[in-house]
Write a protein that binds this ligand. Structure first.
Ligand SMILES: [Zn+2]
Length: 261
């Protein structure tokens, strides 16, 4: 069973109950996790970290100490880390996971795939992708391509509720894309009811996420009009990502210094 715990302004902390364990993904804050575990009377077995940003790891040390569980992550910036992960299979509580190295937002960014659940942190968002803080456009694009190669029904468990704002941006890139319009309506309805727009599926992302559609003629044409250096997918991606960095959506005020989006 998958649980999304809202944290801070727009983060989600994921709790995934496997047949043999309970895994916490990206606990930026310990308190909502502790409250949930207490209410449900259950104990976690592991903490999985996608990258070192504070809104993903701020609660790790407190939870690891309180519950005495191992902490998985790549690189030395993950607090209280006990297991350094690398691309490839990972055995956890007797279950088989796959670790994907997906740098670009940060250099230590990884994703965790268990069955069809993908925990991708701040690399791929609903209808968007992470901001480039430590990598290059080429690095992030290669990471997104790696995720885009997963099956259609992959559940995209990303760490922020940015989908609506991203869809408004996507609609400016592809105003005639019906999948974007439908998703915008659907997600608007969900948010009005206070419900999350996540997880999405990879099929939905392929249809409506401009950062996975850099080879589409409509996206190439728009990128050219925005000053893309060429028509190859990396030039298109680089242009869209930099345009998004400067994009201001009046209905979703843009927070330059804090947004991961
Ligand atoms: Zn981040």
């Amino acid at each position: 069973m998958l649980t999304l715990l809202p944290a801070f302004q727009d983060n989600y902390i994921y709790l995934l109950e496997s047949p043999t364990g309970l895994w916490i993904v990206d606990p930026g804050d310990a308190e909502p996790v502790e409250n949930f575990l207490q209410a449900q009377q259950c104990t976690p077995t592991a903490i999985l970290c996608t990258h070192h940003h504070r809104d993903h790891v701020g609660g790790v040390r407190r939870l690891a100490e309180r519950y005495g569980v191992p902490v998985y992550g790549k690189g030395p910036l993950i607090p209280a880390q006990t297991v350094a992960v690398h691309a490839g299979p990972l055995e956890l509580d007797g279950e088989s996971l796959q670790v994907l190295e997906i740098p670009g937002h940060t250099l230590d960014h990884v994703g965790y795939l268990w069955k069809n659940y993908l925990f991708c942190g701040d690399t791929l968002f609903g209808a968007g992708c992470g901001r480039i803080f430590e990598g290059t456009p080429a690095l992030l694009y290669a990471s997104l391509q790696q995720l885009a190669a997963l099956p259609d029904d992959t559940q995209i468990c990303c760490a922020h509720e940015y989908t609506l704002a991203n869809l408004h941006f996507a609609a400016t890139i592809e105003p005639h894309n019906a999948a974007i319009r439908h998703r915008l309506e659907h997600c608007t309805h969900l948010r009005q009811q206070g419900l999350p727009t996540l997880p999405s599926t990879l099929a939905e992302e392929r249809a409506s996420n401009p950062f996975l559609r850099c080879g589409e003629p409509s996206v190439i044409a728009k990128a050219r009009s925005l000053g893309a250096q060429g028509e190859d997918t990396l030039s298109v991606f680089t242009c869209l990502r930099s345009w998004k960095d400067r994009y201001q959506d009046d209905s979703h005020p843009y927070r330059f210094t804090t947004s991961s989006n």
